[in-house]
Design a binder for this molecule. Structure first.
Ligand SMILES: C[S@@+](CC[C@H](N)C(=O)[O-])C[C@H]1O[C@@H](n2cnc3c(N)ncnc32)[C@H](O)[C@@H]1O
Length: 372
């Protein structure tokens, strides 16, 4: 079979699921993949594994008490584990393989968890632990896996909604130490990739380590130095998730300014799934009557629409102490608030990294907010 070309368009065939690939190793010509895949509130019967578009096998289901523990409100979470051993699978393309795990319910595909993988273990330059900590990713393996997963999710969406021939410039806004940018630079050859961030050290590292990209440090408040309508795509992964509602509006306005008409924004939020996971991953006592607790918590979030008051100290040495937050917001809040700036094309719950939501927007006719 001809190898699948990994450029813009891995296939997304089903709703996204939460999950993770915890182990992926090649040994004695056998590819072993272990992990979990969770479609919230639904019992998945089996997991079919595709490598580079080719169906390669069906995983056996494995009980995962650890997954159950962080999803105590979901009765099927403990049964979300799987393990598969593949003797035959296609070769990587340009060093990458696309792994797709399709959750099957009552004989039909019901959800999908896709990620890129480097089966040959070639990893580019990695930032120091101190730099990686600044973007909330101190663990080396998680850093690599998240970069591959997030870039796969982004490229999947791009492949579906944009014609790569019309894309000249892409900005990774809040690129950190290039966890995602590095993969975009590898896969996207037909457009220029830019990155910007408010932390000088992170930008210095990107400039040194990712020579094909164009990086620049920006201020925590707009404007950026880019010209009007400069980019065709602006990506913001895990950036709005740290800005309060007022700053979100400021930055949505700025992104609108630097985006070309018809351009696309792909930005993540911490939605309802992330909110519950965050809550239940802290403290055992909270796990009493978890379903009830989950309902109460969701009620609180849905009533407010956005909870943007929790400080995150990670960047206190760079910004004012109240700047960086952990911000959770509902789909309907996002539709209402972000819809004032952009036309929202889709909101994929758990659409990024198996954890965050992914909002897909386009710049239509004059939609900028008047100044307050
Ligand atoms: C959680 S990290 C995510 C980094 C990167 N997007 C990724 O997914 O690996 C958030 C990043 O956003 C940056 N940041 C925070 N506020 C920003 C702003 N107003 N403009 C650009 N970057 C910002 C932080 O410095 C940090 O590097």
């Amino acid at each position: 079979m001809a190898p699948v070309k990994l450029c813009w368009a891995p296939v997304r065939c089903h709703p996204c699921s939460a999950g993770n690939i915890d182990r992926l190793v090649v040994s004695d010509n056998t590819l072993t993949i272990e992990g979990w895949l969770l479609l919230p509130g639904v019992r998945v019967d089996s997991v079919t594994v595709f490598v580079n578009g080719q169906e390669c096998g069906v995983g056996e289901l494995v009980i995962r008490k650890d997954v159950g523990k962080v999803h105590p409100w979901d009765e099927f979470a403990e049964q979300s584990g799987f393990r598969v051993c593949l003797q035959s699978y296609p070769d990587p393309v340009d060093g990458l393989s696309l792994i797709q795990l399709v959750g099957v319910v009552s004989g039909s595909p019901a959800c999908c968890y896709s990620t890129f993988s480097q089966l040959d273990s070639t990893v580019g330059a990695l930032p120091t632990t101190r730099l990686a900590k600044m973007i909330g990713s101190p663990d080396r393996d998680a850093y690599i896996a998240q970069g591959l997963k997030v870039s796969c999710d982004l490229l999947t969406v791009m492949g579906q909604i944009v014609d790569s021939q019309n894309v000249r410039r892409i900005l990774d806004w809040g690129c950190g130490c290039g966890r995602v940018t590095a993969h975009l630079l590898k896969v996207i050859r037909s457009a220029e990739v830019y990155g910007c961030d408010i932390v000088e050290e992170l930008i210095d590292w990107c400039t040194k380590s990712l020579p094909n990209g164009s990086f620049c440090r920006i201020n925590p408040s707009p404007p950026t130095p880019y010209e009007d309508s400069f980019f065709n795509i602006v990506i913001g992964t895990s950036v709005f998730t740290h800005l309060d509602r007022k700053r979100q509006h400021e930055w949505l306005d700025e992104i609108h300014r630097i985006l070309a008409p018809g351009g696309i924004v792909l930005a993540s939020t911490l939605g309802e799934y992330a909110f519950l996971r965050d809550y239940f991953s802290k403290g055992k006592l909270r796990n009493l009557f978890p379903k009830l607790q989950a309902r109460k918590n969701l009620f609180k979030l849905r009533k407010k629409g956005i909870l943007d008051g929790r400080p995150n100290p990670t960047l206190d040495h760079v910004t004012a102490t109240d700047y960086y937050r952990d911000v959770f917001q509902t789909t309907s809040y996002t539709a209402e608030a972000w819809g004032k700036h952009f036309e929202i094309l889709d909101h994929l719950q758990i659409g990024l990294g198996g954890y965050q939501d992914l909002v897909i927007m386009t710049k239509g006719a004059a939609k900028r907010l008047p100044p307050e």
